[in-house]
Ligand binder design. Structure first.
Ligand SMILES: Nc1ncnc2c1ncn2[C@@H]1O[C@H](COP(=O)(O)OP(=O)(O)OP(=O)(O)O)[C@@H](O)[C@H]1O
Ligand SMILES: [Mg+2]
Length: 295
């Protein structure tokens, strides 16, 4: 991982290959100006701090100079047209992009002040600290109980069977699923409905005591009732966690988030309080998107 200064140098170097050093610096400066975000990127109480983040898939420059904080107990919605880089950016936050061959990330991403791309950092505990819930519920092919117990077991979070049972129950309760499954804990996770499976996946994420939960279109496969349950849950979870949610539903973004970040072609165009972004967008691209003219 490069620091901010290094990442700027890298950009400078890349441009300099083609032009003179002075021109290279100028182009890099223009690039930064071009990708400047409208709105307040920083948070008074940041949990995650991203600065000048770039992501490349081979030659493809999928995320361009994105700087953004996400605060404690905040839900931030990441919105924008298909292919604009929402999932790519989300995956940077727990180094899931590491698993993609040819993917390269530069810039700086800090979780509670710690550089998560530090060479010495172990990604296994990081991915427990920064958990992820995917578009399609993906329970393990195991019982409901084991789906939730697995993480605490491998991370050594329970000292006894009773403690493990307590974690499983409290996680399922917090995920709003306990009453529906308490008599069926031995049944396969896959035997649940889609909405229940998604809440099971949230319980599984919560069970390892994360600080941040990343959600990539968590309701897109769910009906309106299951969606409402997940949205209510997100609101409750905010008391304990920082949440970043990708959604294509602007109603959902408006309902669940306090801040909204609008991405377009790999750039973070605008970020601000959700109400402001939806009622009074400052960038014409944001306005086009939220009024349905684009996307
Ligand atoms: N594994 C990959 N290899 C190469 N290019 C990729 C890969 N994943 C994403 N991309 C490219 O990076 C860009 C951003 O993709 P990403 O999936 O982050 O967009 P998105 O905003 O999440 O889109 P959607 O709303 O459709 O999910 C796209 O141009 C996409 O084609
Ligand atoms: Mg996506």
């Amino acid at each position: 991982m490069n620091t901010i200064a290094e990442s700027q140098t890298v950009q400078g170097k890349e441009s300099a290959k083609m032009r003179s050093p002075e021109k290279g610096t100028l182009i890099a400066a223009h690039q930064r100006e071009f990708t400047r975000t409208i709105g307040e990127i920083s948070s008074p109480n940041p949990r995650i701090m991203c600065r000048d983040v770039n992501v490349y898939y081979g030659e493809k420059h999928a995320i361009q100079n994105v700087s953004l904080d996400v605060g404690h107990n905040e839900v931030i919605a990441l919105i924008g047209p298909s292919g604009c880089g929402k999932s790519t950016f989300l995956r940077c936050l727990n180094r899931m992009n590491d698993t993609i061959v040819g993917c390269r990330v530069t810039g700086s991403i800090r979780l509670d002040g710690q550089d998560i791309y530090d060479g010495g950092l172990d990604v296994v505990p990081l991915r427990a600290q920064v958990g992820m819930v995917f578009q399609k519920p993906n329970p393990f092919p195991k019982s409901i109980y084991e789906n939730v117990a697995y993480g605490p077991k491998i991370h050594g979070l329970a000292n006894s069977k009773a403690e493990l049972e307590e974690i499983v129950e409290s996680s399922l309760r917090r995920a709003g699923l306990w009453d529906e499954v308490k008599d069926d804990l031995a049944k396969p996770g896959t035997s649940l409905s889609g909405g229940q499976q998604q809440r099971l996946c949230i319980a599984r994420t919560i069970a390892v005591s994360p600080e941040v939960i990343l959600m990539d279109e968590p309701c897109s496969a769910l009906d309106p009732i299951a969606t409402a349950k997940i949205e209510q849950l997100i609101d409750e979870l905010r008391e304990l966690y920082t949440i970043a949610i990708v959604t294509h539903s602007m109603q959902q973004a408006a309902r669940v988030s306090q801040r909204t970040a609008y991405f377009h072609l790999g750039r973070l165009i605008e970020v601000g309080d959700t109400a402001q972004v939806f009622t009074n967008p400052r960038h014409p691209l944001t306005e086009d998107y939220i009024t349905g003219r684009f996307g």
